[in-house]
Design a protein around this ligand. Structure first.
Ligand SMILES: CC(C)(COP(=O)(O)OP(=O)(O)OC[C@H]1O[C@@H](n2cnc3c(N)ncnc32)[C@H](O)[C@@H]1OP(=O)(O)O)[C@@H](O)C(=O)NCCC(=O)NCCS
Length: 158
């Protein structure tokens, strides 16, 4: 990981952070990387209400020098713990996702932990590999209401 004099911290998600998360998931370039179709505000708020009221989801806001710049979540899918993260575009390339995932892996001790990433998402793959994740397989992921079709890598940390 690079030397970074800036501070990157994880904090509990507060309702006031949701505007940043909403704007993040509206960005077309970010959606192209993540192969996600954005939620409208009502769906987005309902989604975050479910996250924040589910004690089994570990959700954190990512703070960069005290400013909310994204989120990182660990959540169960089919009895496997998955991780996902999203950073405000103007802060990409500063090592924020790499540090946020490293910090989350200290908070969440359960292993294995899985990440699914579109193989076009070079930055996210780098974030995972730097944190010790290893690709176990690639699958053709079909389009859904929520996701665009893509070649998806399944990464795993034992
Ligand atoms: C993917 C994403 C989380 C990366 O966040 P970030 O804070 O910019 O990542 P980092 O700064 O920690 O970068 C990690 C590495 O990837 C590289 N990288 C970042 N974005 C990159 C890109 N678009 N293309 C190529 N490399 C990239 C960085 O240079 C860095 O490399 P290094 O470790 O050799 O120095 C961010 O682009 C994002 O939020 N994208 C939209 C949502 C998304 O894709 N989420 C993940 C879904 S699986």
């Amino acid at each position: 990981m690079r030397d970074n004099p800036d501070t990157i911290d994880l904090v509990e998600v507060h309702q006031s952070h949701l505007d940043v998360f909403f704007q993040n998931q509206q960005d077309p370039e970010a959606n192209e990387l993540a192969k996600v179709f954005p939620r409208d505000r009502d769906d987005f708020d309902a989604h975050w209400l479910r996250i924040m009221s589910n004690p089994e989801v570990i959700a954190r806001s990512i703070m960069f020098n005290g400013e909310v710049v994204g989120n990182i979540n660990a959540f169960d899918v089919d009895d496997e713990l998955n991780v996902g993260y999203w950073i405000t575009k103007s802060h990409w390339g500063k090592g924020i996702a790499t540090k946020a995932l490293s910090d989350l892996l200290q908070i969440v001790q359960i292993r294995p932990i899985i990440a699914r990433v579109a193989m076009n998402n070079t930055g996210s793959i780098r974030v995972l590999e730097t944190n010790g994740f290893v690709k176990t397989t690639e699958v053709d992921s079909p389009a859904t209401d929520r996701y665009a079709a893509c070649l998806e890598g399944v990464y795993r940390l034992e």
